[in-house]
Design a protein around this ligand. Sequence first.
Ligand SMILES: Nc1ncnc2c1ncn2[C@@H]1O[C@H](COP(=O)(O)OP(=O)(O)OP(=O)(O)O)[C@@H](O)[C@H]1O
Length: 275
Amino acid sequence: MESADADIFTTPDGRRIGGPILEMRNITLRFGGVVAIKDISFDIREGEIRAIIGPNGAGKSSMLNVISGFYHPQEGEVWYRGMRRARMRPYEVAREGIARTFQNIALFEGMSVLDNIMTGRLNHMKASILAQAVWWGPAAREEAEHREKVEKVIDFLEIQHIRKTPVARLPYGLKKRVELARALAAEPKILLLDEPMAGMNVEEKEDMSRFILDVNDEFGTTTVLIEHDMGVVMDLSDRVVVMDYGKKIGDGPPEEVRNNQAVIDAYLGVSHDDA
Ligand SMILES: Nc1ncnc2c1ncn2[C@@H]1O[C@H](COP(=O)(O)OP(=O)(O)OP(=O)(O)O)[C@@H](O)[C@H]1O
């Protein structure tokens, strides 16, 4: 059940869920004549794993792009940490603590894993690149601090063995893990994952699921994910928003959504009969 208010509670697996950290209020997004999102409202509570699902073209990526500041809705409000968010550019949203991964991996292929993850720290760098070049001493100190944060992420995601490897040489599943590492290196309050399991084999999915579950405990992060693998969504999520043709047709814990007739009709019924 969706609880009425911001009571703090603990999930069966021990994660503490707080009040809403992000609220989408009556969001409508149009591209010319196409209405990608139609008057959708939902909230994301601190510490929870919140999934957005729906058939192809339902508007999931558009919603993620509204959250990340890439798209600006024509109507509606985004409330973040109790305040209405002004229109912001993606880098400003990132600076406010919202980091994301992409459906198609967006890493620097020629750079090492470590250097890719370091780029996740850019928002935290006080000195400009130029200043860093000139004032060598402070910049070196700052770099050491960033390295420490990055090492924590590398340990957490168990990728020490590939830290020097150019990303281009990695198998797909590890690339996805490096993307997650880069997002985590930004120390986000909210982590947006766009199809984190896409293209992965079973073992890679299991690893990724474990990391997503543990991320809150380790870094205090709230996670929002789009995912097509229903098994993963049902296992991982605390609550699920279901979209279809830009509308919200379901919202609640996985078992509730799974039994929602509108959802079954639109999406789940045809291809999934897993218990
Ligand atoms: N930049 C854009 N310009 C025009 N139309 C767009 C744009 N982005 C999305 N749309 C349209 O908005 C609707 C929702 O698309 P969106 O990509 O958000 O769906 P989705 O649920 O993420 O789909 P998928 O699961 O296939 O990734 C679609 O009709 C799509 O064609």
